[in-house]
Design a protein around this ligand. Structure first.
Ligand code: ZN
Length: 384
């Protein structure tokens, strides 16, 4: 299913190809997030135009609304939302542990109250795989225990053991035709636990492996180290997916650390606040300085928004709450994430990824929060 085409000579970056029943996915790949059976504010035609190869759907949200009966009656998630290319579904583990109220962790899953109406629900390996089977995703994720950032060593260890037990249960469940199942490595920032979790999962022989327990509020240096301590224990012959990450600059750095697949809500989430990603960092289109700026968000961008509209116009739309404003910033942001990955693939093929990485990172200004985390990490390193 996964073909490793080329490995970069100077980093761990990989050029690959994932063959699914609904077509080929060229990696490294960014997967726009369609949590509620919709990539927020974007329609399938726009997604295809900007080069989307695969999107993400969510077991927890879709099983609560509209419910499995409706999507099952539609013939699965693809026909329900009219998306014909591959879909990866999240198992719901992350949402159960982060969104749902009043959880009771049991041997075969989690009892919780819906974040919507408080009704009592149960989700475990068996239930999650059943839902993902009916959704008919091309890649299903195992149901895992993802502890929050800062969880105690004991809690992280228990989460790893539970994740392994549940992964085995997921592995034994029936699947949709052609459906791949990926294991998820947990273990927070404990190298030994990450290694143990990865090795046990690899022994179960999944179709691909995800690095979980990142994007849970940890600072950037911890996120990179979680990936670095996991990657060496994953087979080169299978796809690797870092869950819920990151900014464009982080994606470039994660590719260099051997990751093939990414998903992130950032492009569409920040668009709703009027924030646009550029190759030089984020800008707030709503800002007064763009009031009479009749240039596009990014001069060399090929997206529909940049080819047709100015910053001044988009700023106006956002300030008067016109839906078109947030739609166009979503178009630009999603296009940028996909374009960065397309550039990465082209440079990997040409053998110039190292130069591309250096230039991209040098030009990209991270947010103050990321810069602060880097400074603190460097200071802590000096103290040691
Ligand atoms: Zn654009």
């Amino acid at each position: 299913m996964f073909e490793l085409l080329k490995t970069d000579a100077h980093s761990k970056a990989r050029l690959g190809r994932l063959q699914t029943t609904r077509g080929v996915v060229e990696t490294p790949v960014f997967m726009p997030v369609g949590t509620q059976a919709s990539v927020k504010a974007l329609d399938p035609r726009e997604l295809l135009e900007m080069g989307t190869q695969i999107i993400l759907g969510n077991t927890y949200h879709l099983s609560i609304r509209p419910g499995l009966e409706i999507i099952g009656a539609a013939g699965g998630l693809h026909p329900f939302m009219n998306w014909t290319k591959p879909i990866l579904t999240d198992s719901g583990g992350f949402q159960v542990f982060s969104l749902a109220k009043i959880r009771k962790i049991k041997a075969h899953g989690v009892e919780f109250r819906s974040h919507l109406d408080g009704s009592l629900l149960f989700l475990g390996p068996k239930e999650s795989m059943h839902i993902q089977r009916v959704l008919g995703s091309d890649i299903a994720m195992v149901f895992d225990d993802c502890p929050p950032h800062g969880a105690s060593a004991g809690d992280v260890k228990a989460a790893v053991e539970r994740t392994l037990r549940w992964a085995k249960e997921c592995r034994e469940q029936p699947r949709a035709p052609g459906q791949f199942v990926f294991g998820i490595v947990q273990g927070a920032n404990a190298a030994k636990l990450r290694e143990h979790c990865a090795k046990e999962l690899v022994a179960m022989d999944f179709d691909g492996y995800a690095i979980g327990g990142v994007s849970v509020g940890e600072p950037e240096p911890e996120m990179f180290s979680a990936v670095e301590m996991t990657e060496p224990h994953l087979p080169t012959s299978k796809a690797r997916y870092a869950m819920g990450l990151g900014t464009p600059a982080q994606l470039v750095e994660l590719v260099a650390r051997g990751v093939d697949m990414f998903d992130c809500v950032l492009p569409t989430r920040v668009a709703r606040n009027g924030t646009a990603f550029t190759k030089k960092g984020t800008i707030s289109i709503k800002g007064g300085s763009y009031k009479a700026d009749f240039t596009p968000i990014e001069a060399d961008c090929e997206c529909f928004a940049c080819k047709h509209f100015t910053r001044a116009y988009l700023r106006h739309l956002l300030n008067v709450n016109e839906i078109l404003g947030l739609r166009m910033v979503s178009v630009h942001n999603s296009h940028l994430f996909l374009k960065v990955m397309a550039d990465i693939r082209a440079h990997l093929a040409a053998g110039t990824f190292g130069e591309f990485r250096r230039e991209f990172i040098a030009n990209y200004r991270p947010t103050e929060k990321v810069l602060l985390a880097r400074q603190m990490h460097a200071a802590a390193k000096q103290d040691r």
